[in-house]
Unconditional design. Structure first.
Length: 332
């Protein structure tokens, strides 16, 4: 995407509704013009849904969508964004109503067979869950996901980390930043009061963690998922992501863990682009990976820390997840 129209990606994308952009190629059939893709992918998605982090700008988004367009040039892609107000203040019904154009698009174009979802941070994963709720309400069916990538999500409820997340999403302009900080802390006070009154199970992050495993919304046991996260992320602790991943694996959900060492929140692709997209492609190719004794295999994309410690190419290693896994012992 080389141009922007009113702040929106211009080349190949058009506005479908508020906070929703679509790139719909002339030929969008999964069976069309994929001679190179067929050799690398057994399950080509019919649609890619990209849920950005809160208040994401178009230029950073385009770095990811460009990769997806190059990977599958004839497959439609939708960018779905969110704002602080949408995330914290709008009702569930209002959020789901705003996503009905996405549901209509999926149904009207018969793209409900093989959907790939890639979401970022709590804003993106929450939006994906709301879309699944809207899809269930409209069609009385689970959302037909076949692969899921989770970048810097899910976290856990920690006031100071939420505060940092709000600060990071504010614009650079000084006046707007000051006004935004005032608004953000008023919002956080409201969220903290809500947390105290209704308890931890009702807060946003707890609902996201449960929603990603909700069998009402999607067939989670058969959907390969990838967790992309960093040990240096100050907003979402890597232990929170790993606890959720291990809980998913113990339920039999196929999981890929892509761990980064130094990257900031939602910036893991900057640390190692090859490793990042290798993890995504691996997830797209997976189908019910299971070991002979019924224990799911955790495929972890990482640097080799032994003989090839200084090598630049990422390697794939596997380990089985057992009940005594030290990460699993921390709980969920």
């Amino acid at each position: 995407m080389e141009g922007y129209d009113n702040g929106l990606p211009a080349q190949g994308f058009y506005s479908q509704a508020a906070n929703l952009w679509v790139r719909h190629p002339k030929s969008c059939s999964p069976a069309s013009s994929f001679s190179s893709d067929r050799t690398a992918f057994h399950n080509i998605p019919s649609l890619r849904l990209f849920f950005s982090w809160t208040s994401a700008r178009p230029r950073p988004i385009s770095k990811y969508t460009t990769e997806y367009i190059e990977m599958f040039p004839s497959i439609p892609i939708m960018i779905i964004t969110t704002t602080l107000t949408d995330l914290a203040f709008k009702s569930e019904r209002s959020k789901q109503s705003a996503l009905l154009p996405v549901v209509d698009y999926i149904i009207s174009r018969h793209l409900d067979q093989n959907i790939h979802v890639h979401c970022f941070s709590e804003g993106g994963s929450h939006k994906a869950i709301q879309l699944a709720e809207a899809y269930l309400y409209t069609t009385a069916r689970k959302m037909p996901l076949t692969s899921l990538c989770l970048d810097s999500t899910p976290g856990d409820h920690q006031y100071h980390r939420i505060a940092r997340a709000f600060k990071q999403s504010l614009p650079p302009n000084y006046l707007l930043r000051v006004l935004g900080l005032i608004f953000a802390y008023l919002m956080l006070t409201y969220l903290w009061c809500f947390y105290v009154i209704y308890g931890p199970k009702k807060n946003l992050m707890s609902r996201i963690r449960r929603g990603l495993e909700d069998q009402r919304l999607w067939d989670t046991h058969h959907i390969p998922r990838c967790y992309l996260y960093s040990k240096k992320d100050t907003l979402i602790k890597h232990q929170d992501v790993e606890r959720h991943a291990v809980k998913a694996m113990r339920k039999g959900i196929p999981v890929v863990l892509a761990t980064f060492e130094r990257s900031e929140h939602c910036h893991h692709v900057r640390e190692d682009k090859e490793k990042y997209w290798l993890a995504v492609k691996w997830t797209l190719q997976r189908r019910r990976v299971q070991s002979s004794d019924g224990v799911r295999v955790d495929v972890k994309i990482e640097r080799d820390n032994s003989a090839a410690e200084r090598a630049s190419a990422p390697v794939v290693s596997t380990r089985e997840v057992r009940p005594r896994d030290p990460v699993a012992q921390r709980g969920s």
